[in-house]
Design a protein around this ligand. Structure first.
Ligand SMILES: [Zn+2]
Length: 107
């Protein structure tokens, strides 16, 4: 799951002056693994689906299969991406509820 923080909090904690890695605007989300992926929501919605399609296409080019199966492969990957999207959305909503509960309990 990505670790969302406001750009102000992320910059303070990371010691970086972070901007969206694609457009340079204020970021909305970070994904931290080996490297940080830092994007604004506009670039995430615009670029990530295109990157996903490119990745599937390049994988298919390296493993040639009949055209009808190529379309099926694209559809299968989109279904997988959609599951991952809703899983991440549910996790973010759960975290928001936990933050609200914690704030309520501390008052
Ligand atoms: Zn951007």
């Amino acid at each position: 799951m990505s670790t969302w923080k406001s750009s102000e909090v992320f910059n303070r904690e990371s010691g970086k002056n972070t901007t969206c890695q694609i457009c340079g605007n204020e970021p909305d989300a970070t994904w931290s693994r080996n490297e940080d992926i830092i994007l604004c929501s506009s670039c995430a919605f615009d670029i990530l689906p295109k990157l996903m399609a490119d990745a599937v296409a390049n994988r298919l080019l390296n493993h040639p299969i009949p055209k009808d199966l190529q379309i099926s492969a694209f559809k299968a990957m989109w279904k997988e991406a959609e599951k991952n999207y809703w899983y991440a959305a549910a996790c973010q909503l759960l975290q928001a509820v936990k933050r609200e509960d914690a704030a309520h309990d501390s008052n």
